[in-house]
Write a protein that binds this ligand. Structure first.
Ligand code: MRU
Length: 351
């Protein structure tokens, strides 16, 4: 893995290696640390659906590289017509997961670059565009890390939900970027990580990421968050987002809404950290954000073994929406919005 100049910044889940894409397989962490190779766009789309790669910015970056692979193959098959023949693959890519707006955002950015290519091999220009999306995401995370950490008092405990770390982005992370920056400045003494049922991103990914970076982490069942807060152990809840609506409502991993409610009850501040590629001004509010429903088996089984009786059903929304009124600050690379409203979000996006 690539080492960067920031401290506590050793993980990169996505890599363009020579002539193809490599993804760190997040389904098998923390037991196995394994990069997988991708040369075909439909395999990339499947990797997003199956959560080899997950986290809103990371799937956007992955999709951008997927467009490069698609263009290479369609240009090789029909150099005069590749811009038409590629369209069905781009649609499959865009539909590989529904909630994170970064996916459509990245594919649309790549389509705009495609539209400017009138002749010749499209791959060099598209690869350059994908690499820029990737590099910009890491730069945004560094910026958000600084901005968010400035709001945290020395020696604080913080709680996070799911994994909004290096693994969910190009690198460094959104919520975990703030935590990395805060820890480097002695502002954070302990990170409490919700285990995050059913996919266990908190246990398998966030705890692993923190251990890799030597940042102290304590794992809790998410039902323990309110009791933890009652004991005064945390001053901030810090989370990422998959889509922020125009009014500041925030879609994120299922359970984020509960965390925000109990944070409000206990006077714990609630911080959402996300790049502006996660902001969707075309969606008025959280009620209009599509929420992914995943398979019942993710609830009914753990590691392939049944944990519920035959005949029980399960309901498995992968995300929920935290109303803007429960959010104290949204941190983006363009700046911070406190107590978000439509007007404040419009001002941010106009910057
Ligand atoms: O289902 P996942 O693992 O893709 O969900 C990820 C999250 O909900 C993250 O918190 C969110 O994408 C922010 S990642 C920087």
């Amino acid at each position: 893995m690539i080492q960067d100049t920031k401290t506590h910044d050793s993980l990169r889940p996505i890599r363009w290696f020579e002539d193809h894409l490599q993804l760190l397989d997040q389904r098998i962490l923390p037991q196995l640390v394994q990069m997988r190779d991708y040369e075909d766009v439909l395999e990339v789309a499947r990797a997003i659906t199956d959560m080899v790669v997950r986290g809103a910015p990371a799937i956007g970056i992955t999709a951008a590289y997927g467009v490069v692979l698609a263009a290479r193959s369609h240009f090789a098959q029909d150099a005069g017509n590749w811009q038409q023949t590629i369209q069905a693959d781009l649609e499959t890519l865009e539909n590989s997961r529904p909630t994170a707006i970064n996916l459509a955002w990245a594919v649309n950015r790549m389509k705009a670059v495609m539209a400017d290519i009138t002749s010749g091999d499209p791959v060099p220009r598209l690869l350059e565009a994908a690499q820029k999306i990737h590099a910009d995401d890491i730069a945004a995370n560094y910026k958000m890390g600084e901005l968010g950490a400035a709001h945290i008092a020395a020696d604080s405990g913080v709680i996070t939900h799911c994994n909004a770390g290096a693994l969910a982005t190009g690198g460094y992370g959104t919520a975990l970027g703030v935590i990395r920056a805060g820890f480097s400045r002695s502002k954070i003494s302990m990170v409490y990580a919700d285990e995050t049922r059913p996919w266990l991103q908190g246990a398998r990914l966030t705890a692993w990421e923190m251990v890799q970076e030597k940042i102290p982490v304590t794992l809790i069942a998410e039902g323990a968050a309110s009791y933890l807060m009652k004991q005064g152990k945390v001053s901030w809840a810090i989370v990422g987002s998959d889509r922020i609506a125009a009014n500041g409502d925030v879609a994120n991993k299922i359970g984020t809404y509960s965390l925000a409610v109990v944070a409000k009850r206990h006077g714990v501040k609630f911080m959402v950290v996300a790049p502006t590629s996660t902001v969707d001004m075309a969606t008025a509010d959280g009620d209009n954000i599509p929420i992914e429903l995943r398979s019942e088996d993710e609830i009914l089984r753990v590691g392939g073994n049944a944990i519920a009786p035959d005949g029980a059903r399960a309901w498995n929304p992968a995300f929920d929406v935290t109303p803007a009124e429960l959010v104290d600050i949204i941190v983006t690379e363009r700046g911070i919005v406190t107590n978000p409203t439509l007007k404040k979000m419009q001002e941010l996006m106009a910057k």
